[in-house]
Design a protein around this ligand. Structure first.
Ligand code: CP
Length: 321
């Protein structure tokens, strides 16, 4: 595997899930694969889980790890071509990328959407430059439109906790005080639709329709309570306007309707559902304290599975180096 961006990159999902369980039984089984190999993790944005779980996965596989926080200690990078660099950005990404590639064997990139220019974000401009100019296998650690390591961990978690062969999984928008990207819900929808046995329903206020390239085939229900009826898993997440129905609203907050916050009344209409969130989560906005602290909340094992999803991805990349 040379790139990891979309669910198709992983091939057969049943095989990938079996590999995840194999690695979970013995995290150090493939330690020989990463000997004398280096992972470079590049962060344009903050992280807790991705930073720690990816580093741990790489170390499990015997790799060396270098972490670069672009905004803390590196030269400020220009990402656009054709500009006169007379501002505060000292280095262009087009020189920086091949230099970074020369120090490592695999690159992970975190680069969020700017939420100002939909075309720029949805072209995955920064990630594509790494793929094109680094000469190394590249994987997304949440980029402008996708977060596949999270979605894979979510699928592993659902497989582990499901009580029925084909669980009903509800992706629900919830309010937030800041405009957030669509990467997590995009990938979650894409992966759930590709999963062998998941009944996906997406619910959000009107105007928050996700890009059809990720949601084609999903059931959309604008009535949140109706969507949650008989759910086995509730996956809460905020996202800003994806600009699908109204391009000029791209990246904006269209609603702060607190009735969408997941509380006990929402969970009561489900089939004793498990509560999921990728974290970090804002309590009181996305979910109430009692729901996230309840025995049906699986946000911690979900986060722990980030180490497992990343281990499978790095193993696949190391196998073809
Ligand atoms: N879920 C997730 O990616 O967490 P971080 O932003 O902390 O890495």
């Amino acid at each position: 595997m040379r790139t990891f961006i979309n669910v198709e990159d992983l091939g057969d999902l049943r095989q990938a899930l079996a590999e995840a369980q194999e690695i979970k039984q013995d995290r150090y089984r493939y330690q020989h694969l990463g000997r004398n190999k280096t992972l470079l993790m590049i962060f344009f944005n903050n992280s807790l889980r991705t930073r720690l779980s990816t580093q741990k996965a790489a170390q499990n596989l015997g790799m060396n790890v270098i972490v670069l926080d672009v905004n803390a200690g590196a030269w400020k990078l220009e990402t656009e071509r054709g500009v006169i660099m007379d501002g505060d950005k000292s280095e262009h990404l087009l020189e920086a990328i091949p230099v970074m590639g020369s120090y490592c064997d695999i690159i992970g990139v975190r680069s969020f959407a700017g939420l100002k220019d939909r075309d720029y974000d949805y072209a995955e401009t920064v990630l594509q430059q790494f793929i094109r100019y680094s000469g190394r296998p590249v994987f997304a650690m949440e980029t402008a439109t996708v977060h596949p390591l999270q979605a894979f961990a979510d699928l592993i978690t659902i497989e582990e906790y499901k009580q029925r062969e084909r669980p009903k999984v509800v992706l629900t928008w919830a309010p937030h005080c800041r405009a957030l990207p669509q990467a997590v819900p995009n990938s979650f929808a894409q992966w759930m639709l590709a999963a062998p046995d998941v009944d996906l329903v997406i619910t959000h206020p009107r105007g928050y329709e996700l890009d059809p390239q990720f949601t084609q085939g999903a059931r959309i229900e604008y009535d949140q309570m109706r969507a949650l009826e008989d759910a086995d898993f509730v996956y809460a997440k905020n996202w800003s306007c994806p600009g699908v129905t109204c391009p000029e609203d791209y990246g904006k907050i269209l609603s702060d309707d607190r009735s969408w916050t997941i509380d006990q009344a929402h969970m009561a209409v489900t089939r004793d559902a498990c509560f999921m969130h990728c974290l970090p989560v804002r309590r009181g906005l996305i979910v109430t304290d009692d729901v996230i602290e309840s025995p049906r909340s699986i946000v911690i094992p979900e986060a722990a599975n980030r180490e497992i999803s990343c281990s499978v991805v790095l193993k696949r990349m190391l196998e073809v180096l």
